[in-house]
Design a protein around this ligand. Structure first.
Ligand code: ATP
Length: 357
């Protein structure tokens, strides 16, 4: 039995089916990330788990306790669930210290010490504890909200875009710190985010939501390398999608014969590679006289963006998959390290590593 079990959850707002049959199992002490396009129902699902709203249909069971069953059974404040909302939702009239200590109770032993410790953990200076929420930046407010939720020692933590007001560098370090903190405290966590890289790095289980239900749930690695369909492939990162015929574990594709992770046979198929599976090596037109199955291309665009460079490569070989006409001369778009990326007009040799999906 899972720690959190959600089955057949439905929720409508007038004509809008915000949730249309959600099933999800979450293991105790694990971290799950929910990703999906805007409006697909992510926040609604968190609100139902937290108990801010009741489902029209379906069950939510936490640690064997039925929280909702086609209506709310247990009120929000008795669920033992910590929530960090998108806007932080701090109490404006309380100091930061009292916001963090809100769930602890006035008489709690070592209350002040714990408040200072939690503030430290989320990266807030002690001096800030006497201020009020309106005197803090958006990012600082989010961190206070996180500390407040941690202080309540919840059995389940729900995070709705908790890092969205932070800038890139701070965001990555906070994400790591929060993951470690939750891990150490053994708190089961569900994170909602727009950011696919954040989902993949934060969680052990990622659930992709679309139109009010989950279209794929799995480990970050499985979802990234074996997405169920094109939408998921493209949602989770850059994807190179090519026409191919497949049989016996190999694909005949515009990139030549490459291994695929299936034993299916199909004359007309689409395969997917992640750009990092394609290696580039500079060469010249003269250098193209290798064996016939070596793969060459010409760089047609090169856009430098600091740590990465986006490169368009037009293939020079003529491997012919069944419906190659479908892609015509569409170049491959690859993101490579910005340093030493090939320039427009250069000839490159391409290599493919790993299997296509
Ligand atoms: P975002 O990523 O933009 O925050 P989301 O995936 O969290 O989106 P929800 O906020 O759960 O999406 O909304 C799902 C759908 O339900 C949307 O179409 C939204 O307009 C609708 N909706 C949500 N809350 C309400 C409400 N209180 N009244 C009416 N419609 C609502």
């Amino acid at each position: 039995m899972s720690f959190l079990e959600i089955s057949g959850l439905h929720k409508r707002y007038g004509p809008v089916a915000a949730l249309a049959g959600v099933d999800l199992d979450v293991a105790s002490g694990s971290r799950t990330a929910i990703v999906g396009p805007s409006g697909c129902g992510k926040t609604t699902l968190l609100r139902l788990i937290a108990g801010f709203e009741a489902p029209d249909q379906g069950r939510i069971v936490l640690d064997g306790q039925v929280l909702a069953n086609g209506g709310a059974a247990v009120p929000a404040h008795r669920r033992g669930i910590g929530v960090v909302a998108q806007d932080g939702a701090l109490f404006p009239h309380l100091t930061i210290g009292d916001n963090i200590g809100f769930g602890m109770g006035r008489g709690e032993d070592k209350r002040t010490e714990r408040i200072v410790e939690l503030a430290y953990i989320v990266g807030l200076d002690k001096a800030i504890l006497k201020r009020r929420p309106h005197e803090l930046s958006g990012g600082q407010q989010q961190r206070v909200a996180l500390a407040r939720a941690m202080a309540m020692k919840p059995r389940l933590m729900l995070l709705d875009e908790p890092f969205s007001a932070l800038d890139t560098g701070l965001r990555a370090s906070m994400r790591k710190a929060v993951a470690e903190l939750l891990e150490a405290a053994g708190i089961t966590t569900i994170l909602v985010t727009h950011d696919q890289a954040e989902a993949l790095s934060f969680a052990g289980q990622v659930a992709v939501m679309r139109d009010g239900k989950f279209s794929q749930v799995g480990t970050p690695r499985d979802l990234y390398l074996k997405p169920k369909d094109r939408m998921i492939a493209e949602f989770l990162g850059d994807a190179i999608i090519l026409p191919a015929s497949i049989s016996g574990g190999f694909a005949n594709s515009p990139l030549g014969r490459i291994a695929v992770d299936t034993n299916d046979s199909r004359d007309v198929a689409r395969i997917m590679l992640r750009p990092e599976q394609i290696g580039l090596k500079r060469t010249s037109r003269e250098g193209m006289s290798g064996t016939p199955d070596m793969l060459f291309g010409e760089v047609t665009e090169s856009e430098f963006a600091g740590s990465t460079c986006t490169i368009a490569v037009r293939l020079l070989n003529n491997f012919d998959p069944p419906d190659a006409a479908a892609i015509g001369n569409t170049p491959l778009i690859l993101r490579k390290p910005g340093m030493d990326a090939p320039a427009v007009g250069e000839i490159v040799r391409l290599t493919v590593s790993g299997k296509a999906h």
